[in-house]
Design a protein around this ligand. Structure first.
Ligand SMILES: N[C@@H](CSCCS(N)(=O)=O)C(=O)O
Ligand SMILES: [Mn+2]
Ligand SMILES: [Mn+2]
Length: 321
């Protein structure tokens, strides 16, 4: 059929208080400066930029147990949730540019508040599913999923400025791809909840095409539903994406990373995508920063119809002598 014209809403979420490293707050503007909006437009998308969500520090934001910066992260995610909901109500596919992965709390919450039941595809070296009681670091970018999953509700205390969050994702509607650095508590949760996961071992064993086929079979087994793709740039190998806060060797190749987005795009069900953890201060050279930012841009372009074989408009014709 006719290629669908994607309507895209861009939201910047310069979050950095979900983790300790400066620089990740520059992600949104770096990705914009690399030409994301222009490139989306060139490939036929209708693009609207909703600007950056404000995320000012809340004063006296003392740890809650070992959870760091709870009030700042909670408040910023409440704002993000409202903005993502607005983008969805306007009928656009929402792109949230991070910022650290704690932003997934607001992004998924706001998405689900408008679209209801979602399929969540979490592409990441990490599971980001520690609860406030299992977290080994207190960094909320390692915890976002624990606040969102119905089956974990009884295991999560109410954290200051988090009481607005209603769990909105079912364990059976989640698929992880790229896992290679999972904490003990996270692994217990993944197994106990029966959450579908394709670690890097499965990517090696099955190949990325089979992983994506099984991912879609799993998510759409009961019913088709809108897809939330939460893409942590550290899923890709640090040789491709070194400018990130928690790099882990043995990651996805650039080709595997892009294949994931091409496959999700062709389902026609992509409804929101997060692109997180780009941190220019973690790149040792300008080339390392550029490689990371350009990969992030290419992954997003893959979500909205860019295919590596190339394409041409239906009315294209070559000139004749
Ligand atoms: N599992 C560790 C590291 S989590 C890394 C977070 S991210 N968003 O994947 O970079 C923790 O909980 O702090
Ligand atoms: Mn990660
Ligand atoms: Mn992550």
């Amino acid at each position: 059929g006719a290629p669908q014209r994607h309507s895209v809403g861009i939201v910047g979420a310069p979050f950095n208080r979900g983790q300790p490293r400066d620089g990740v707050e520059s992600g949104p503007d770096l990705i914009r400066a690399a030409g994301l909006l222009q490139k989306l437009t060139q490939q036929g998308c209708a693009v609207k930029d909703y600007g950056n969500v404000t995320c000012d520090d809340v004063p006296a934001d003392e740890p809650f147990g070992c959870v760091k910066n709870p009030r700042t992260v909670g408040r910023a995610n409440e704002q993000l949730s409202h903005t993502v909901a607005t983008v969805k109500r306007e009928g656009k596919t929402c792109v949230v540019l991070g910022g650290d992965h704690s932003l997934a709390i607001g992004s998924i919450h706001g998405h689900a508040s408008v679209q209801g039941q979602l399929g969540v595809v979490w592409v990441d070296a990490h599971a980001d599913i520690n609860t406030p009681l299992t977290t080994p670091t207190g960094n909320i970018h390692g915890q976002p999923m624990s606040y969102l999953i119905h089956e974990l509700h009884s295991k999560v205390p109410v954290v200051p400025n988090f009481s607005w969050i209603k769990p909105c994702v079912s364990a059976r509607d989640i698929v992880y791809i790229g896992l290679r650095d999972v904490d003990l508590g996270e692994h217990y949760i993944l197994k106990h909840l029966g959450i579908k996961m394709f670690s890097i071992t499965e990517v090696d064993r099955l190949g990325i095409a089979k992983v994506m086929e099984e991912t879609c079979d799993h998510i759409f087994s009961q019913v088709q539903k809108p897809v939330h793709l939460s893409y942590d740039i550290d899923a890709l190998d640090p040789t491709v994406c070194p400018a990130t806060g928690t790099p882990v060797v043995g990651g996805l190749t650039y080709r595997e990373g892009v294949y994931i987005t091409e496959h999700i795009c062709q389902t026609g069900l992509l409804s929101a995508v997060d692109m997180v953890e780009v941190n220019p201060k973690c790149g040792r050279t300008d080339h390392e920063v550029k490689s990371t930012v350009n990969a992030a841009v290419d992954l997003i372009l893959g979500c909205f119809g860019r295919v590596r074989e190339g394409s041409h408009p239906s009315d294209y014709c070559i000139s004749q002598p």
